[in-house]
Design a binder for this molecule. Structure first.
Ligand code: HEM
Ligand code: SF4
Ligand code: SF4
Length: 525
């Protein structure tokens, strides 16, 4: 995708997400939780499926009647469960496609993140066959259509010695053999692969969000129940091999390939599915990008406290036995293959405090591209150069609103890979030591951090509920936090103006602005 198309799609997506934020709040925005919602809908599918299975007759001659009995004689429970099973499956496809599209548009599959993308593709080959085999089991006219078309499609592959389609030529040729195979695939085979596939998909995501927030979960369940009661799932008349089914109602979420097959050919469809999947799987390398340098550990400054390990959203840090003989039992180790260069670990390290009286500030873990030392020097130097009645430092994230719109006398901007990269002690430092009147932090919208957890950790660090925390003595009136996506730059500018007015009303800071030598160099704490 060209840069311009990507930015346009990102903006369009951000606007859609804004609408959902307005309706549901950031915390319960279903778009933000599309991956977790997909898993949740599968849980509903599983529970309702178990109930349906209790009453289901696993034979080609009893299946249709057993589903009909369940739907009509027991509409208040069995019928609802059947409908829930169907609608939750459809909902899972919707959230799955939203999840896929969103990760794509936001570019969250590049570099070290290729793994989740790549392992997501086989999941598509499990989810859709799961739905298709489910429709097959009802053995109504829709199932008949699917069975015949599928067997024709499979006959194009060198899988079976006897053509599968022969089974559906005449009622006499029909056997339970296939039906049992489909039942096995639907009830056991594919679900087991799917569970394993989802586990594998999330292997490199640290603390993945696999459950939606409770309000969203209950709301979604309520909506599905309502739909099940208002529009119960029905069968489409018993299968009859002596007739070609006409005018079928199709579940487009799962069965769209069949009309496409009718319009084209088996060869075309297989080429499309195989080629499309291959292309999708290769997306992380199209075109190949140069990876940002990974975080680096400096053992002399690492005491093995484990904060970087706890905060890394991608499991790139491990704690391992000490190799340098120091008294601390553990040390941090970064796996560069897993590192996304978000810098959140550097923001977590207790040794990254700018108050340290060392000429070269080296922290236990740091980013080669923008070390905490360079950040401290750059901030201090820019503040020293800044003119204007008030001096404000804006720390922003490369994936949030563009900071260039904030340029004005007295305002110093510093873009970080993620706002979680900023050690909270920097706020204290620039206010008390570097002569700033205020600090504004900005990053991706809450619930939607480009690096998954950066803004959430910042909220907790500022609130004092996660280490390293911002000292309670820091004057909170001089700190403003604005969560803003690239489309929110107008809101960010307005927030800065409001902040400047607020700062102008405050009494001057007790500490005078330090002279340049003291700013650029070290100050004892
Ligand atoms: C059954 C289908 C799927 C389920 C249940 C699922 C679920 C999830 C969940 C729960 C997460 C973690 C979200 C978080 O905590 O940040 C995730 C991440 C992700 N998924 Fe999926 N997913 C599915 C299919 C796919 C597919 C088809 C793709 C793309 C081809 C995909 C691409 C990704 C990517 C790129 C991430 C992000 C990893 C990161 O932030 O680095 N997923 N998925
Ligand atoms: S946060 Fe810093 S000191 Fe603690 S384990 Fe990580 S690198 Fe070492
Ligand atoms: S920069 Fe740090 S927090 Fe981010 S992925 Fe790499 S090791 Fe993990």
């Amino acid at each position: 995708m060209s840069g311009r198309v990507r930015r346009a799609s990102e903006r369009a997506l951000a606007r859609i997400e804004s609408a959902f934020n307005a309706a549901f709040g950031n915390e319960c925005n279903p778009v933000y939780h599309s991956g977790a919602l997909t898993i949740y809908f599968f849980w509903i599918v599983l529970v309702s499926g178990i109930y349906v299975f209790i009453f289901f007759e696993t034979s080609i001659f009893g299946a249709y009647a057993s589903v009909e009995r369940l739907t009509h004689d027991q509409w208040y429970l069995g019928g609802v469960m059947r409908s829930l099973h169907r609608y939750a499956s459809d909902a899972a496809v919707i959230t799955l496609l939203v999840h896929l599209g969103r990760e794509f548009v936001k570019g969250r599959y590049r570099g070290a993140r290729w793994f989740s993308w790549f392992t997501g593709v086989p999941l598509l080959w499990m989810v859709f066959p799961l739905g298709i085999t489910g429709y097959w089991l009802v053995w109504d006219r829709l199932a008949q259509y699917i069975a015949i078309a599928t067997s024709e499609l499979l006959d194009r592959l060198p899988l079976f010695t006897e053509p599968m389609a022969r089974n559906f030529l005449l009622p006499e040729s029909l056997s339970d053999r296939f039906f049992t195979l489909m039942a096995f695939l639907h009830l056991l085979g594919i679900p087991i692969f799917l569970v394993f596939g989802i586990w594998f998909h999330l292997l490199r995501v640290s603390g993945p969000r696999v459950n939606p927030p409770r309000r969203l979960a209950l709301g979604s369940l309520g909506a599905l129940l309502l739909l099940s009661l208002l529009l119960p799932a029905e069968s489409q008349g018993p299968a009859d091999l002596t007739r070609v089914p006409q005018a079928l109602g199709l579940d487009w979420f799962y069965l769209a390939i069949y009309p496409l097959y009718d319009l084209t050919s088996a060869d075309f469809l297989w080429a499309l599915l195989a080629g499309g999947s291959l292309l999708l799987a290769l997306v992380p390398w199209l075109p190949p990008v140069k990876r940002e340098p990974a975080a680096v550990v400096d053992l002399a400054n690492c005491n093995g406290c484990g904060r970087c390990y706890a905060d890394c959203p991608f499991g790139a840090v491990t704690l391992q036995p000490r190799t340098d003989g120091r008294r601390h039992p553990l040390q941090a180790v970064v796996d560069p293959d897993l590192c996304t260069a978000c810098g959140i670990c550097a923001g977590a390290c207790p040794s990254a405090t700018p108050f340290r009286s060392v000429a070269e500030l080296v922290s236990g873990i740091d980013m080669p591209r923008l070390t905490v030392h360079r950040l401290r020097e750059a901030t201090a130097a820019a503040l020293h150069r800044a003119s204007g009645p008030l001096r404000v430092v804006v720390y922003g994230c490369a994936h949030g609103a563009d900071l260039s719109a904030l340029a004005r006398p007295g305002v110093v901007t510093q873009t970080l890979p993620c706002i979680g990269n900023l050690p909270p002690s920097f706020i204290d430092y620039v206010l008390r030591r570097a002569g700033a009147d205020g600090v504004l932090l900005t990053g991706c919208r809450l619930g939607d951090c480009y690096f998954r957890l950066g803004n959430e950790w910042v909220v907790r660090r500022l609130a004092g509920t996660r280490e390293p925390h911002l000292r309670s003595t820091v004057d909170r009136r001089r700190l403003k936090v604005v969560w803003a996506a690239p489309v929110d730059s107008g809101r960010l500018v307005a927030a800065l103006n409001e902040f400047l007015q607020q700062l102008a009303r405050l009494e001057p800071q007790r500490d005078p602005v330090p002279p340049p030598a003291r700013v650029a160099g070290e100050a004892a704490r």
